[in-house]
Write a protein of this length. Structure first.
Length: 118
């Protein structure tokens, strides 16, 4: 079972940038896809970005053009570059790994808080 550890969250003003990192304890090449979800207070967890093993990407409409997902296969790390942050981006961001068994079998990190002040 892989362990995922997120980092890079924090407090930033609207319009600012943050880069989240998700470090895996094993090779990320073993996964069909990796990505990020987020959960704001009182809201359901939602998909933010996903990167497949074939390098295709998918983003939530709310972050398209502002967020970029990428990975470093040598470092076994997935990144989420977040630019032009808005207060509505405030949430706990969770990294996940999809081994192909469906959402019930996703591996999850512990989450990192992102707070965007207006």
């Amino acid at each position: 079972q892989v362990q995922l550890v997120e980092s890079g969250g924090g407090l930033v003003q609207a319009g600012g940038s943050l880069r989240l990192s998700c470090s895996a304890s094993g090779s990320i090449l073993n996964f069909n896809a990796m990505g990020w979800h987020r959960q704001a207070p009182g809201k359901q967890r939602e998909l933010v970005a996903v990167l497949s093993s074939g390098d295709s990407t998918n983003y939530a409409d709310s972050v398209k053009g502002r967020f970029t997902i990428s990975r470093d296969n040598v470092k076994n790390t997935v990144y989420l570059q977040m630019n032009s942050l808005k207060p509505e981006d405030t949430a706990v961001y969770y990294c996940y790994a999809d081994g192909g068994g469906g959402p019930a079998f996703f591996e999850w990190g512990q989450g990192t808080q992102v707070t965007v002040s207006s």
